[in-house]
Design a protein around this ligand. Structure first.
Ligand SMILES: [Ca+2]
Length: 275
C-alpha cells in the first residue's frame, strides 16, 4: 500500500469512526436510558444510565458467608449518575480495540461473545487509553462504590435476587461453580438485574478503579478508595467461585499486574456531551 493510499485508508477509517460515534450518540431506547457505542468491525458496547442516589454499602454482621472487610456498613451517596456497561467487556470488544485476544477461553464458536479474561488491571488501563483515543467519549472502570450500587440495584439482601441462604437460586441468575462447567459463558445469557445489568454476579470478576483498603465508618459521598495501595479491587465472583463469593458485598483484590482466568472487566462510559 502506498503512503497516499494508507493516508486515504486512515481518512476513510476516521470517517467511519465518526459515523459510528454519531450513531453511538443517537442510538438508544426511547427513554434514553440505554446507549450504544460502536467500536467498528460490527462490534458495539451497550451502556445503561445508572441514576445518582444513596445506598448502604457492605454487609451486616450476621450475613452468611460475610468477610471481615465488608464492614462497617455505611451510607454511600453517589452524587453523579453514570453509564455502566450492560455486559462485561467481551473478547470481541477487546480484540477489536487491542488487536489480540488474551483470553484463556478463546476457543469455541461462541468465544467472541464471552467476557475477556486473563487481563490485568494494568492491561485494562491500556485498553481504556486506546478506547479514549477513538473519539467516542471517555471510558473508565467503575469505582468500587459504583459497582456495588449498580449490582445491588436497590436491593439490600445477600444477592439482588434475595438472601438465597441455600444458594439454590444462584444458578438461575449467574454463572458460578459448580454449574459453569469450569468455563466462561457468552455475556447476557442470564437475567438482568432491576437496573438492566447482566452478569454483575458471576461469569468473570470485574476490576474496579479503587486501590483495596478497609472501609471508613460514617456516611461517604462519591468514595473512590484509598489514595494509594498495593492491590486493586475486583468484584462479583466468577465461573470458578461458589455462590457465596457472588454476594453483592463481597470484596476481592489482587496486584494490578496479575492476570487471572476468572477476572475481566466492565466499563463506565462518559459521553462528550452533557446530559
Ligand atoms: Ca461478572
Amino acid at each position: 500500500m502506498t503512503q497516499r493510499s494508507v493516508a486515504s485508508a486512515v481518512c476513510i477509517g476516521l470517517l467511519l469512526l465518526s459515523a459510528n460515534v454519531v450513531s453511538g450518540r443517537t442510538a438508544g431506547d426511547a427513554s434514553g436510558r440505554e446507549r450504544r457505542v460502536d467500536l467498528g468491525s460490527g462490534e458495539a458496547m451497550r451502556f445503561v444510565w445508572i441514576p445518582p442516589g444513596s445506598y448502604v454499602r457492605g454487609s451486616p454482621a450476621g450475613e452468611a458467608g460475610r468477610g471481615a472487610d465488608e464492614g462497617p456498613r455505611h451510607e454511600v451517596t453517589l452524587t453523579r449518575g453514570f453509564f455502566l456497561g450492560v455486559h462485561e467487556v467481551t473478547q470481541a470488544h477487546w480484540e477489536t480495540v487491542m488487536g489480540r485476544n488474551p483470553s484463556a477461553f478463546r476457543y469455541g464458536v461462541d468465544a467472541r461473545r464471552r467476557p475477556v479474561d486473563s487481563v490485568s488491571w494494568e492491561d485494562c488501563a491500556r485498553f481504556i487509553a486506546r478506547l479514549d483515543g477513538r473519539g467516542a467519549g471517555r471510558f473508565r472502570l467503575p469505582t468500587e462504590a459504583e459497582w456495588e450500587y449498580a449490582a445491588r440495584a436497590g436491593s439490600a439482601t445477600r444477592f439482588p435476587w434475595g438472601d438465597d441462604l441455600q444458594e439454590s437460586e444462584t444458578h438461575a441468575h449467574a454463572w458460578a461453580n459448580s454449574r459453569s462447567y469450569a468455563v466462561t459463558h457468552p455475556v447476557g445469557t442470564k437475567p438482568a438485574n432491576a437496573w438492566g445489568l447482566q452478569d454483575m454476579h458471576g461469569n468473570v470478576w470485574e476490576w474496579c478503579s479503587d486501590w483495596y483498603g478497609p472501609y471508613a465508618s460514617g456516611p461517604q459521598r462519591d468514595p473512590s478508595g484509598p489514595a494509594s495501595g498495593t492491590e486493586r479491587v475486583f468484584r462479583g465472583g466468577s465461573w470458578y467461585d461458589f455462590p457465596v463469593s457472588l454476594r453483592s458485598a463481597n470484596r476481592h483484590r489482587h496486584r494490578p499486574h496479575g492476570r487471572y482466568t476468572a477476572v475481566g472487566l466492565r466499563l463506565v462510559w462518559e459521553p462528550e456531551e452533557k446530559r
